[in-house]
Design a protein around this ligand. Structure first.
Ligand code: BJW
Length: 231
């Protein structure tokens, strides 16, 4: 059975109504990423950052997973440990679509972390500076469990191990702007994997892939999964 690593980005959740970052109406055209997605931005104005993620959390809860999330869950059920599903997305739409083991390399909006003791736990509803960490009991250090610019993404060792060992690397709905995720295609290719990009349009790293499937994820991903499952 072939070993596959799949990396997803904001494009897979776009048709669920969750905005992307760098498209025409993307989040980074409305917000300054240095203000809302860096530890320095959080230190300068925690209320602004918590408010930004409170709104994102509410949007995420209201969104529905789509046919692309469901198709990848179907593939995971078939391939089991031979598929590593890595997402840059902080939403839980892969899980709601039926996926069970998802690597959230940029964290999760439905989790919190403590700036003082690094404890991480599940979180529902709005977050404020008055919240207390259940582990160290300190108040004022609770933040969304999100990987901001300048912070180390989660589970990098597991991801790089899988990239070294896969037959096929597939990037879905990501623009290839943010590292280290943007470098995964080069890692996988160097290790001998076939590299496939599935996106609305060619990404910034399109030239590093062997081939592309272009179109909306809700159409292209289920069709591609059907092809893989048909052998
Ligand atoms: C569709 C579609 C449809 C639309 N169907 N497709 C200089 C050089 C190299 C690196 C650096 C550098 N300076 C700084 C860095 C490092 C920095 C970085 O990469 N900066 C860049 C801006 C250059 N990276 C970091 O700081 C990271 N940490 C790090 O590097 O640690 C050190 C390290 C060293 C060595 C090894 C490992 C680590 C941390 C990055 C954290 C990113 N955080 C964010 C925000 C937090 C989460 C949140 O608020 O939601 O994560 S940024 C934002 O971008 C978010 C996303 O996960 C991430 C990627 O975006 P994505 O998913 O690609 O979305 P878009 O909008 O860009 O693209 C959408 C795509 O979908 C498009 O292509 C559309 O066409 C497509 N699409 N509709 C199919 N219907």
């Amino acid at each position: 059975m072939q070993r596959i690593v799949i990396l997803t980005g904001a494009g897979i959740s776009a048709e669920s109504g969750l905005g992307t970052f760098r498209d025409k109406d993307g989040l980074w055209t409305k917000y300054d990423l240095a203000e809302v997605a860096t530890p320095e931005g959080y230190a300068a104005d925690p209320d602004k950052v918590l408010g930004f993620y409170n709104a994102r959390r509410a949007n995420c809860v209201a969104a529905q997973h789509n046919a692309a999330h469901e198709a990848l869950a179907r593939l995971q059920q078939h391939l089991g440990a031979n598929l590593l599903l890595v997402t840059q997305n902080i939403d839980d739409l892969h899980e709601r679509g039926g996926a069970e083991d998802v690597v959230h390399m940029h964290g999760e909006i439905l989790r919190a972390s403590c700036s003082f003791c690094a404890y991480r736990w599940s979180w529902q509803g709005d977050m404020s500076r008055r919240d207390t960490c259940p582990a160290c009991r300190e108040t004022g250090g609770v933040r969304p469990d999100i990987v901001w610019f300048g912070e180390m993404p989660y589970q990098m060792e597991r991801i790089y191990d899988a990239l070294q060992d896969c037959d096929l690397f597939v990037a879905i709905g990501t623009s290839g702007n943010v590292y280290p995720a943007a470098g995964f295609v080069a890692e996988a290719r160097q290790a001998g994997a076939e590299c496939l990009e599935i996106n609305l349009e060619p990404s910034d790293t399109a030239g590093s892939f062997h081939r592309q499937i272009l179109g909306p994820a809700t159409e292209t991903v289920p069709a591609w999964v059907d092809q893989v499952l048909a052998g």
